[in-house]
Design a protein around this ligand. Sequence first.
Ligand SMILES: [Mn+2]
Length: 231
Amino acid sequence: MQSNIIKTQEEIEIIKRSAKIVDECFDRVLKETHLGMTEIELSDFITKTMVELGAQGLSFDTIAAFGENGCEPHHIPTERALIEGDMVTIDMGAILDNYCSDFTRTFALGNPSAKMLEIYETVKGSHAAGLKAVKAGIRCFDIDKECRDYIAEKGYGEAFIHGTGHGVGLLIHEAPTLNTKSEEVLENGMVVTIEPGIYIKDLGGVRIEDMMIVGESEPLSRHTRELIILK
Ligand SMILES: [Mn+2]
C-alpha cells in the first residue's frame, strides 16, 4: 500500500536515511568499478553493499547498464563487461524502515565519445531545470514539461522516452507522477524524483535521478551531477 502523498516529518527523516545509504553505496560503486567487470558483478556488489550499509532490502532490482545497453531505461544486468570509454548507468534504491529511496547516475570509465558527452550535458541541463522547478504550487505536468522542453530544444526530444519522475514512500512508485499526463500539483512534504534521460539504440543512454522533498532547496543525494570520469 502506498503512503500518504504528503509525508510526515518522521517519514521524511526515514526517507533521508534511506537515501543516505544509497549515497554511501555509490561511493563504493565508484571505487569498485573496473575494466572487465560485468553488469551482473556490479549489480551483485550493490546488493551486498546495501545490506552491509544497513538496508533491509532493495527498492527494486538494480539497473547496471554499460555502453550501448544504456539505451534501455530498465536494462536487466548481463555478462557485458566494461570497456574503456563506456558510460555506466546505475539506478538503485534502498529500503530502510519500510521506506524506499531511488537514485541514478551515469558515469564513465575513460573518456567517452563526444556524442555521449553532448548527451550527458543535455540530460544534466534538463535535470537541473527540473530540480529548480520543484516547488509547492507547481503542476507536476509543468515540471515534466520543463525537463522535456530542454531536451527537445537540444534535438533529443524523441529520445526521452519516459516520464520525468514519481513520488516515493513505502512504495518505490507512488503519487504524484510527473509526466505529460500529470494532473497533481506539488505541495510541501511530497517526495518526488527528477530523472530525465536520453536513450539511443546501439549507442547508449544517460539518466540522472535525484529525490527532492518539496519545500526543501537541495536534493537528497550529495553526489555531483557533473560527469564523473573514472581512470
Ligand atoms: Mn525512479
